[in-house]
Ligand binder design. Structure first.
Ligand SMILES: *[C@@H]1O[C@H](CO)[C@@H](O)[C@H](O)[C@H]1NC(C)=O
Ligand SMILES: *[C@@H]1O[C@H](CO)[C@@H](O)[C@H](O)[C@H]1NC(C)=O
Ligand SMILES: *[C@@H]1O[C@H](CO)[C@@H](O)[C@H](O)[C@H]1NC(C)=O
Length: 285
């Protein structure tokens, strides 16, 4: 049947539903934030290859999200089946959160369709349906070497119980449980169930993508500053836009981040710990 002959409502459902089917819940107003998602290396690789695959602007951003030493060399070898947290900008719109049509994946020799790319290259963190929808193609369409595919990763910007969090798309291990995940990331089981729409007594399977809201450190910067949007997940560090101030979030700091440098606050004339982000830029991605 000719698509144009469908009534508008049917067309709308066909064209938007698959895109949102694999997104996380996210408040209705358009908003951007930072998010994290798991990547399991399909074969041995290097930091810089993972950085390129996900279009992470700075290697330091990738290292910080994994709390790895900032001196780690870009070409350091990573074994197959290694899990890394990938930092990326999240966009919420109409109740769902996705990365904003990035990264872009260029189809390579040996890739065998959207399902294989979703499952092998992106470790199932994205579905073939979501890739198809984001690129206006069908899941069954063959892919061509050199073809560019927008990859929409699921994410959220919602606060949880009034607290700032960084939503982390966690790929559950086969032996894992909600209790184990809750324990490991300092979240409660009821919050995990609520955020993921899970029912009482439901179990999780290996490879299932779980939205884990990780407590974020709190900025001491005044709220009219763009810095007030800076979210630093517990157990991670980030660099600011100019790549000079490192902001670290760990349990030692009581929910505030610590900065690597003091800067003059021109308003008060005092030296302050600052995680300063240039106006008009997305914090650190
Ligand atoms: C895919 O993207 C790359 C990098 O941006 C570009 O060089 C190439 O021409 C694109 N390929 C197609 C088929 O659009
Ligand atoms: C930030 O920290 C202050 C106290 O240090 C606390 O009162 C406030 O609720 C925190 N804000 C968020 C959003 O977590
Ligand atoms: C931060 O993470 C550590 C473990 O990495 C955990 O012990 C602690 O409870 C977490 N803090 C918060 C506020 O979630």
């Amino acid at each position: 049947m000719d698509r144009r002959s469908l009534p508008p409502l049917v067309f709308l459902i066909i064209s938007t539903f698959p895109l949102y089917a694999s997104a996380f819940k996210c408040g209705s107003s358009p908003v951007k934030c930072q998010a994290l998602i798991d990547h399991i290396t399909p074969e041995s690789t290097t930091f810089v290859e993972v950085q390129t695959l996900f279009a992470v602007r700075n290697l330091r951003t990738l290292l910080g999200a994994n709390n790895l030493p900032r001196s780690s060399p870009p070409d350091q070898k990573l074994p197959a089946k290694q899990t890394l947290k990938i930092p990326f900008p999240c966009l919420c719109h109409r109740g769902a959160g996705i990365s904003n049509k990035r990264p872009v994946y260029t189809v390579k020799e040996g890739d065998d369709g959207l399902k294989e790319i979703a499952e092998r290259v992106f470790s199932g963190a994205v579905t073939d349906g979501a890739i198809a929808a984001a690129n206006g193609i069908s899941v069954k369409d063959p892919v061509k070497v050199g073809q560019n595919l927008s990859i929409t990763l699921p994410c959220s910007c919602d606060d949880v119980e009034g607290m700032k969090v960084v939503h982390y798309g966690h790929l559950a291990e086969s032996w894992s449980s909600l209790e184990a995940i809750a324990d490991r990331y300092g979240v409660s089981v009821p919050i995990l169930m609520e955020v993921n729409g899970l029912k009482d007594g439901s179990s999780i399977r290996g490879g299932q993508l779980i939205d884990v809201p990780i407590r974020a450190c709190n900025s001491s910067i005044r709220s009219d500053s763009i810095d007030s949007q800076l979210l630093v997940a517990n157990g991670t560090y980030v660099f600011t836009a100019h790549n000079c101030v490192q902001c670290k979030c760990d349990s030692a700091n009581n929910g505030r981040y610590s900065a690597s440098r003091r800067e003059l606050d021109h308003r008060t004339g005092r030296l302050a710990l600052r995680c300063n982000v240039a106006k008009g830029t997305m914090p650190y991605y």
